[in-house]
Design a protein around this ligand. Structure first.
Ligand code: SAM
Length: 323
């Protein structure tokens, strides 16, 4: 089923409970230091203890959850029959993508998470105890490649906001290994920056050469038709709670998380719809939308006089798959 971009109630309650007695000023300072490191091209190694892990989760988990949820929704929409039983969440951190996948597929029952960061692993296990579905997750601590080599293959493999923390050679090796452990579908999500998109597009080309098919967002397995300075990315709006705003030092009651992703499958999906690549413009005369179609990027113009098509196109949103 398609899911909301907001944290599930059990997860939100578990995070809120950990906020009790926590200094928001201290958490905000920790979150700011961690984001600063990310912006400077660093990684999550600066998350060293429970207070850091919690600050990171409070500041970033709502947004990475929203990006995972939107990508998983795209898979669920294009493959309504997909019914994964097992999940491997690589670079799982606090377990964000696992929570989103559990929400999407009620039949998922075998969850394995891998991560090198002990503080995030401890937080993930602590949060998972609050969930009826996730209280028995397996969490392997250590380097992704070494841990993955020992893991059983899974129906669904996810790497959410992970590969940007690896060097190019490591990304290539991990991509091949993740694919070898994928029984059905591999989802890779990255920040929606030109650099995040470039990593996705490299991994996509590498794994298509190894026999993968693209389920989403692309409606084809060919080379990406976008040319610099354009890049394929999407945006998911999510609400910010009061605590979330305080920890981020933000004013607005919502944020838009930009992300890039690719979902790769072992067998080609039956029908791949065109993808809306930017928020369409709804005018009095027509709806104009930038679409990625099987034969390249086009601008669709749906005139108002074509009532049914216009009414449908008015509902198109950036990121939708449309016929
Ligand atoms: C930005 S966090 C993303 C966490 C989570 N997947 C999410 O979407 O919220 C990146 C995670 O990748 C993990 N990571 C980075 N390099 C790793 C490696 N070589 N092996 C295992 N985990 C790694 C970090 O410890 C961190 O938890």
């Amino acid at each position: 089923m398609t899911i909301l971009p907001t944290l599930p109630a059990e997860l939100k309650a578990a995070l809120d409970a950990r906020l009790q007695g926590l200094s928001r000023t201290d958490a905000a300072a920790r979150a700011a230091r961690i984001s600063e490191t990310y912006r400077g091209g660093g990684s999550s190694v600066t998350i060293r203890n429970q207070a850091d892990a919690l600050a990171y989760a409070l500041a970033r988990m709502p947004a990475t959850y929203a990006a995972s949820a939107a990508s998983l929704n795209a898979i669920a929409e294009i493959r309504p029959d997909f019914a994964p039983q097992s999940l491997l969440d690589i670079g799982a951190g606090p377990g964000t993508a696992t929570w989103a996948a559990a929400e999407t597929w009620s039949m998922l029952q075998d969850f394995t998470l891998l991560d090198a960061n002990a503080a995030l692993r401890d937080l993930a296990l602590d949060l998972a105890r609050a969930s009826t579905r996730l209280c028995e997750i397996g969490y392997r601590h250590g380097d992704a490649r070494a841990q993955l080599a020992r893991a059983e293959p899974a129906d669904l493999v996810i790497a959410s906001y992970l590969i940007g923390e690896l060097d190019a050679a490591e990304q290539q090796m991990l991509a091949e290994l993740m694919w070898s452990k994928t029984r059905d579908t591999l989802l890779v999500v990255e920040p929606g920056t030109p650099a995040g998109y470039a990593r996705i597009i490299e991994l996509r080309a590498q794994l298509i050469a190894s026999g993968a098919h693209v389920a989403a967002p692309c409606p084809h397995d060919g080379a990406c038709p976008l040319r610099q300075p354009d890049w394929c990315h999407f945006a998911q709006r999510l609400p910010r709670s009061q605590a979330h705003r305080q920890i981020k030092g933000a004013e607005l009651p919502f944020e838009d998380e930009k992300f890039s992703y690719v979902a790769l499958t072992r067998t080609p999906v039956a029908q791949r719809d065109a993808r809306v690549l930017a928020q369409p413009t709804v005018g009095k005369v027509e709806v104009t939308a930038k679409l990625c179609a099987a034969d390249g990027v086009t601008t669709a113009r749906v005139p108002r006089r074509d009532k049914e098509a216009y009414a449908r196109a008015r509902r198109w949103r950036w990121g939708d798959g449309v016929v």
